[in-house]
Design a protein around this ligand. Sequence first.
Ligand code: UDX
Length: 430
Amino acid sequence: MKIAIIGSGYVGLVTGACLASLGNRVSCVDIDEKKIASLKKGHMPIYEPGLEELVKQCVKDKSLSFTSDLKSAARQAEVIFIAVGTPPRPDGDADLSFVEKVALDIAREITSYKLIVEKSTVPVQTGERVRETIRHHARKGASFDVASNPEFLREGSAVHDFMNPDRIILGVESKKAEAILRDLYKPLKCPIVVTDIKSAEIIKHASNSFLAAKISFINAVANVCEAAKADVEQVAVGMGLDRRIGKEFLYAGIGFGGSCFPKDLAAFIHISEKLGYPFEFLKTVQKINEDQKTLFLKKIEQAIWNVGSKTIGVLGLSFKPNTDDMRHAPSVDIIRELQARGAKIRAYDPHAMPKARQLFKKVEFCKDSYDVCRGSDCLVILTEWNEFKELDLKKIKKLLATPVIVDGRNIYDPKKMKTLGYRYYSIGRP
Ligand code: UDX
């Protein structure tokens, strides 16, 4: 099938490369000519395991190409995915101006039947707007369908997630659109759920909000565990074995970040309110997530008393492991607050340092984890990269000025840390 993907960001690029590898001819489009030029040279704008290899292979096979020419890509494609950004506005509403612009551009190019698929995460009723925009601006008699096909890709395992989905959601209005999308996804073995477009849009927002709620729930439980001197990890195992609850997303920590959960939660709250339902439950989910960072800062103070004039070593900056994404990373608020209180920060992240350098002033970026520890009054863990789990803790103890670790991701065993002579603080564990 001939496919155009409009928007070569995280979602567009992964979707494009994966669909190309499934035997389609895909053209990835972006208005950012610099990005397109760099993609053509094989440079990825993001760190995502497996993506670079896949892109290179597909480009070599000629199944994947990059262009800034939306018009020509749209004209040639049978299916056009809209995968442009929907950034949050200050009030939480999603900014849909890029989606509208793309819909307009597509409308003007339509001469034969096109299936236009929303891939970007959008509030419910956006599909209707896209359809009306295209209908209004397309030539008389132009034929098209609009569909919603939300993605559920996790950063760090996006290629794997695309190829091994739990389910595929097809929000469609016609049998033709359903048949095309079923055909496109035929190589992937998983349940396909066919819905109307609005329900598909809500499935995406509701799924991400539910997962965010699960994280806030376990973080709230962690706070109760701490007060009661119980262990949240044992509680999570005991809860998670109930299949109705499930063990995923029950890891307590310093809260969720990233480009999706905070944004989608805010957008879902906003659209619900606009539709007349104030989603108070989700506002509490947001508040617990924000509070988790404040509680973590208190924990650091509890560990080293006055933060001002101390040197704090930070391991991990990205919002989660296996990505260099710094968007809404808890590290941003935590480091800025520590600096505001007068602390000196030394930090290391295996992949996120280039992006972090643009965000932080006065952070001393170190060459590795051990370098971070040298002379620091305390070591703080903000992202659970695997390499941090394997560090030589005896060596670290010698490098630190005082053997204090405040772990926001529960990567070490408290008993072992005690034996090693550390003062070790983690989340929801005695
Ligand atoms: C998420 C969804 O999982 C994905 O389906 C959607 O398409 C995009 O948003 P992603 O943002 O890549 O993916 O990250 P995810 O792995 O879901 O983690 C989100 C955040 O929650 C991270 O900050 C992570 O550290 C945090 N988290 C996750 C926890 O704190 N505890 C958990 O148990 C799980």
